[in-house]
Design a binder for this molecule. Structure first.
Ligand code: NAP
Length: 259
């Protein structure tokens, strides 16, 4: 299916590896001009090369921290008037909520709630004026099925989710959609560090914990980032113009509820 995105412009945050990179790859494949963002130069440049090799479309890179104002200014000035904004950042550290201080919460809020809101604020009015916009926030399955050890993630991402629910309806008539994509367990560095933390907390080996989590998924496997990227690209497509304000879980069937 041609997603009708050729020539569109996208900003993809936190995109030097993992899920963000997979979204950038899938968009570049559709002929989107992509700006990718991360903090480590080498990893970011290597992602840009990989995307160019795979798609023939070289992304622009911005070395920036999405949680800083200067970082966000650099992102928006490198990718002005985007048609697509993919919000993403590293997940906050796992741990018992008793161990977190105010600063830990503020850092988590900055990354997983306030940075996406600030980038939406900088870009959405232009989308409304141009009558096309697609905003996708990468959140987490923990929004729908909270995990005690991911207290910072559960709390801060739920704040973003509530904000998006109100915002999405207010811009829908202008062909601007705002949705959240909720990853379950995808094979990325982030998953591997969460599994290592789980192993430490339960005094088991990483291999044992990894196998247990993998086997507990109805699909008996972890998700591949490409599967996530493809869903993201579809949500950005011309065809997805009637999908907005949704929280779309991609978890191999792990969430057990009917809805
Ligand atoms: P990942 O493999 O650790 O990749 C994180 C990416 O974000 C890297 O490119 C990193 O590059 C960049 N990044 C982190 N903080 C940043 C910042 N402040 N500013 C700019 N770039 C930043 O993580 P992932 O698995 O793709 O996960 C993406 C998001 O989905 C995370 O929030 C994660 O918690 C969430 N999630 C993932 C899973 C999963 O199974 N993978 C499940 C639930 C939720 P630099 O370090 O160079 O900046």
């Amino acid at each position: 299916m041609d997603l009708g995105l050729r020539g569109r412009k996208a900003i993809v945050c936190a995109a030097s590896q993992g899920l963000g990179k997979a979204c950038a790859m899938a968009l570049a494949r559709e002929g989107v001009d992509v700006v990718i963002v991360a903090r480590r130069r080498e990893v970011l440049d290597s992602a840009a090369r990989e995307i160019e090799l795979a798609t023939g479309n070289r992304p622009q890179t911005v070395l920036a921290d999405v949680t800083s104002r200067e970082g966000r200014d650099a992102i928006v000035s490198t990718g002005p008037e985007p048609d697509i904004l993919i919000n993403n950042a590293g997940g906050p550290p796992p741990g018992d909520f008793r161990s977190f201080e105010r600063d830990d919460w503020i850092r988590a809020l900055d990354g997983n709630m306030l940075a996406p809101i600030a980038l939406i604020k900088s870009t959405i009015d232009g989308m409304v004026a141009r009558k096309f916009g697609r905003i996708v926030n990468i959140t987490s399955h923990a929004v729908k099925a909270p995990v005690a050890m991911l207290a910072l993630s559960n709390g801060t991402r739920s704040g973003l989710t509530g904000f998006v629910a109100g915002l999405a309806r207010s811009v829908a008539e202008h062909n601007v959609t705002v949705n959240n994509l909720l990853p379950g367990t995808f094979d990325t560095d982030r998953l591997r560090s969460n599994l290592a933390a789980l192993a430490r907390n339960s005094s088991r080996s990483v291999a044992e914990v990894t196998e247990e989590v993998r086997a507990s998924n109805p699909s008996k496997r972890f998700g591949h980032p490409d599967e996530f990227g493809a869903t993201c690209a579809f949500l950005c497509s011309a065809q997805a113009s009637y999908i907005t304000g949704q929280n779309i879980l991609i978890d191999g069937g792990a969430y057990p509820g009917t809805f």
